[in-house]
Design a protein around this ligand. Structure first.
Ligand code: 9MG
Length: 304
């Protein structure tokens, strides 16, 4: 390799978060981890009824495992803007059998829910991480996770999924306001007895953000969306196939794979610890190329 070129690369060396306590696992972040999205909702699979949906979901989980996912995020309620809420019983029926069936795979299992009752059942069934788009603000949510060893993903959202994108979301400084919100949630959680080592944070791309202005400001300043802390909190970034990608490439959701991968690589460059994605294999390939470049830059920096 020609070092004349490598030595000119100016990739900042970002501090690596401490390991995340995540149920049975301690996740480490020498490289960004890939979280595969497993939506167990009728609009995600062929409409063959609930057992067919479960079978489809299991096969998709196995595919993501083979493709190299580090974590699987199981969700029983769509969080797309305007999506209707799902009754508690229905969400439990979609999510809990999958957690039980996937528990044996020795893969960290995340459950995407804001309902304390689903959190409790998911943890009893063996989930390792609770991914809460409401940032553990629902009454009873903190109590549901406090006494376990599960990891937490604390996300920022302005408004609620049914209405959050209806008006134009307004911020004076989206990055600072998201950071302030996440700092308050982290302080509330740690005061309640949740160990810092269990907490990851997420700026919530697409959740009450102007599609281009706010989301790309957060991506550009990703590290600054997290509470300023040493060591830093692991940041989870989820942009896969979202409108922020569609808005700049002009393609519908199924055709946003390449755009989503570009967003994931940008987030990795800015210190994301976990990337929540639909397209696991393709994202991992792209991250390997990015990591090879980062390692070369670090080697040349170490040589002085
Ligand atoms: C469930 N879900 C949908 N989008 C998400 C995102 O960006 N982050 C997290 N943590 N969860 C999300």
């Amino acid at each position: 390799m020609n070092d004349r070129y490598v030595s000119k690369v100016e990739t900042p060396s970002l501090p690596i978060p401490e390991p995340l306590q995540c149920g049975r696992f301690k996740l480490t972040f020498e490289r960004p981890l890939v979280m595969g999205i497993l939506n167990v909702t009728p609009d995600s699979f062929s409409d063959g009824g609930k057992y067919a949906m479960r079978g489809d979901a299991l096969r998709q989980a196995e595919r993501m495992l083979l493709d190299g996912a580090d974590i699987i995020d199981i969700g029983g309620e769509s969080t797309r803007p305007g999506a209707p809420p799902v009754p508690l019983d229905e969400e439990l029926e979609r999510v809990i059998p999958l957690v039980e069936q996937l528990r044996g795979t020795n893969m960290p299992l995340s459950v995407d829910t804001y309902k304390p009752e689903v959190m409790r059942h998911a943890l009893a069934a063996g989930a390792d991480l609770i991914n809460d788009i409401w940032g553990f603000r629902m009454p009873g949510a903190i109590d549901a996770v406090r006494n376990s060893q599960c990891g937490l993903c604390v996300m920022h959202m302005l408004g609620e999924p049914q209405t959050m994108q209806l008006g134009e979301p307004a911020y004076d400084d989206v990055v600072a306001e998201v950071r302030g919100f996440l700092a308050e949630r982290v302080a509330t959680l740690t005061r309640a007895g949740v160990a810092r080592a269990r907490i990851s944070v997420d700026p919530g791309f697409g959740f009450g953000k102007a599609v281009v202005e706010h989301n790309y400001a957060m991506l550009a300043h990703l590290q600054d969306t997290a509470p300023h802390a040493e060591p830093p909190f692991p940041i989870l970034a989820g942009m896969s196939r979202k409108s922020m990608v569609g808005a700049v490439i002009g393609r519908p959701a199924p055709e946003r794979v390449a755009g989503s991968i570009a967003a994931a690589v940008c987030a990795a460059e800015r210190g994301a610890a976990i990337l929540r994605v639909h397209d696991v294999a393709q994202t991992i390939d792209a991250l390997k190329v990015w990591a090879a470049m980062r390692d070369a830059a670090n080697r040349s920096r170490a040589r002085g």
